[in-house]
Design a protein around this ligand. Structure first.
Ligand SMILES: Cc1cc2nc3c(=O)[nH]c(=O)nc-3n(C[C@H](O)[C@H](O)[C@H](O)COP(=O)(O)OP(=O)(O)OC[C@H]3O[C@@H](n4cnc5c(N)ncnc54)[C@H](O)[C@@H]3O)c2cc1C
Length: 619
């Protein structure tokens, strides 16, 4: 252990993850905390890290309040509708009222925005989306963070949160290791903002073998945003609300610009509009929700899945009409070049020219996230002026652990934030974190050397395990006394896939399968004590896996708790196939007891803050 040098850093605000939310938090922390010490720690390199690493072609969340294109209330209605009623409206409203100012800063910082030549306004792709030339989106926001932070640490993976030993339930910082040097880093911090992105690769992906790693959500998003707070005993919400995406097959190329800007549409193998075929059946399951406009994303997935199961596949996107227009053809290709180059390569390899051949679509494996079209994540306090008492405990975006804040994919209940909304939420969290420190809530923190040393032993254990166990390798990587991170990952993915509603079962699960899934996850957890790592890169893989496994337990517990099928098309509870507003028009909240690893679950009311006189059902 001695060979791993330990570095100590004391700071006021520690931002974990330098993606969209993390760069927003780092930037805003400096605005309010002029004299504070602000550190951002990133697993990769903030210039090209996180879900936006490759760039984006659209900013998916912009109100356009100055032109009255939309107001925050409209966005709340939209997100509520898409999530079948289940959102934290206080958080959504709060993000929406600030998001335009974020986008205007991006514009000032040099992000190339497309303009509508007639109106001079930002060019709309859809009601909420505006189009950008976004290949350099991430380096631009990273620059703002770099100029704001006292220090940015790249290539350090945070593995655990530190807890204050003088006051219960208060955060004291975080620890991690540098993947290049192998050094151990202790960050003692008055506040921690977790902004570590969503979780891919917890369910078995469609692309395995030679295609492994090709997922829709960034493959490097490993659920640290959830595992770090879960392990420390923070409450989580809506973790069952995993997302399944309808995307171009194999490359997972985005479809938003195609639907919204190119006005392409889908059809089954016989050239039929299959969605309307499933209207009556869907109405049986979810009632009037199928009549909402726009049709909730999960219900459109549902029609896709049902049609495919009934033998109507493959499902195609009709591009051959739009692509006859040279301008739209260019937009169609550029859409991939700024964001998912791989899709163009897949089409080339499969001899698909979308001008003459309608490309195939698919539904993805499930992912867990809080910033895109679903809202899994931490249970946080809302803003003082909007939140009902059950949603407010002093500081905006603070988790149920004092001094611990979240933003972006980390925060549950507030879907449809996307890149701009995640950056905005980072700003909101940072402002509140500064206030928390100014209010002297972080006085007298105590983080002992013992706590840090204990974590250090834990963090490097996979290296020790490998050093010893490699002597017992019987062939290749097979050893009776350790498992490698990839073996553990594949085992995790299979459990989640087959028992918790992945692609193997067409997203179907039930209480018996979930119970079995939980048993298998518990044994996996035991075996992960013996995960081995031959180098620092594999050590990162080992800790990514542990974070994924803990996130998966939480997802499974939540899926078990909600005894209804709220989002057909995302997953199905075969034993409770219908949406049940009488009993489940509520948010689910969990807490894992750090002492014994047991989860407890509760229902929390959904408060409709916008249009509060409308149907107000709480269970
Ligand atoms: C394929 C795809 C397409 C999208 N398209 C659009 C779009 O067109 N328009 C739009 O507006 N939005 C889009 N989004 C959504 C947008 O990218 C996300 O909403 C946003 O990036 C979420 O911000 P975040 O900070 O929570 O996560 P991220 O931006 O992913 O950042 C998380 C950061 O944490 C780091 N990290 C993770 N774990 C650790 C750890 N343990 N220690 C240290 N650092 C860690 C990661 O390396 C990463 O840098 C898309 C997302 C994806 C995946």
């Amino acid at each position: 252990m001695a060979k791993h040098k330990t570095h100590y850093e004391d700071c006021d605000i520690l931002v974990v993850g330098g993606g969209m939310a993390g760069t927003g938090a780092t930037f805003e922390a400096r605005h309010w905390g002029r004299d504070m010490k602000i550190i951002c720690v990133e697993k990769a390199n903030i210039d090209r890290s996180g879900a936006v690493a490759q760039g984006l072609y659209a900013i998916n969340c912009y109100m356009g309040m100055q032109w009255d294109e939309n107001q925050p209330e409209d966005h709340v209605r939209y997100a509520r509708n898409d999530l079948m009623g289940m959102v934290r409206e206080d958080l959504g409203y709060d993000m929406a009222r600030h998001v335009d100012s974020t986008v205007h800063m991006f514009d000032e910082w040099g992000l190339p925005m497309m303009k509508n030549e007639e109106t001079g306004r930002y060019l709309r792709e859809g009601k909420w989306q505006i189009m950008i030339h976004g290949e350099s989106y991430k380096p631009i926001v990273a620059e703002a963070a770099k100029k704001s932070a006292d220090k940015i640490y790249n290539r350090i993976m945070i593995t655990h949160l530190l807890m204050d030993e003088s006051q219960e339930n208060r955060v004291g910082g975080a620890v991690g290791f540098n993947m290049r040097t192998g050094d151990f880093h202790v960050f003692r911090a008055k506040t921690v903002i977790v902004a570590a992105g969503g979780a891919s690769h917890i369910f078995k992906p469609r692309a395995v073998g030679e295609g492994m790693g090709r997922t829709w959500y960034a493959p490097w998003s490993n659920g640290s945003a959830y595992a770090l707070p879960i392990a420390a005993g923070a409450k989580m919400t809506q973790m069952e609300n995993r997302i399944v995406l309808c995307r171009f097959k194999d490359g997972y190329g985005p479809v938003g610009a195609y639907f919204l800007h190119l006005k392409t549409y889908t059809q089954n193998a016989n050239g039929e509009n299959y969605e309307k075929k499933w209207y009556d059946q869907t109405k049986e399951l979810v009632g009037e929700y199928i009549d909402h406009h726009p049709t909730p994303t999960c219900l459109r997935n549902h029609a896709f899945i049902q049609e495919t199961m009934a033998g109507g596949g493959p499902i195609h996107m009709v591009t051959t009409e739009a692509f006859q227009d040279p301008h739209l053809e260019t937009v169609g290709w550029e859409n991939f070049l700024g964001m998912t180059v791989g899709q163009a390569v897949v089409w080339a390899s499969q001899n698909i020219d979308p001008k003459y051949t309608n490309p195939e679509l698919t539904t993805s494996e499930p992912y867990v996230m809080g910033s895109h079209a679903t809202c899994s994540g931490a249970w946080v306090s809302g803003p003082e002026d909007l939140s009902p008492p059950e949603y407010f405990w002093g500081y905006n975006r603070m988790l149920t652990i004092d001094g611990l804040f979240g933003a972006g994919d980390t925060v549950g209940g507030s879907a449809h934030k996307f890149s701009s909304g995640s950056f905005t939420e980072g700003r909101l969290a940072a402002k509140a974190a500064v206030k928390y420190i100014e209010d002297k809530k972080a006085e007298g923190l105590k983080v002992s050397d013992k706590q840090c040393e204990d974590f250090k032993t834990k963090v490097y254990k996979p290296l020790e395990t490998y050093t010893v166990a490699q002597n017992e390798i019987t062939g290749g990587t097979v050893s009776p006394s350790y498992i490698s991170p990839i073996q553990g990952l594949q085992r995790l993915q299979r459990i989640m896939d087959e028992y918790v509603g992945g692609i193997a079962t067409n997203y179907m699960t039930n209480a018996n399968m979930l119970k079995r899934g939980l048993e298998l996850l518990a044994w996996l957890e035991e075996d992960l004590e013996n995960v081995g790592a031959e180098d620092y890169h594999q050590l990162m893989r080992a800790w990514e896996l542990k974070h994924r496994a803990l996130t998966s337990q939480c997802v499974t517990e939540h899926t078990m708790f909600r005894e209804e099928t709220r989002w057909p098309g995302y997953y199905y509870r075969g034993d409770h196939m219908k949406l049940d507003d009488d009993n489940w028009h509520c948010l689910t909240v969990s807490r894992r007891d750090p002492k014994n690893g047991k989860f407890s679950m509760e229902k929390v009311p959904v408060y409709h803050i916008v249009d509060e006189n409308e149907k107000k059902k709480v269970s």
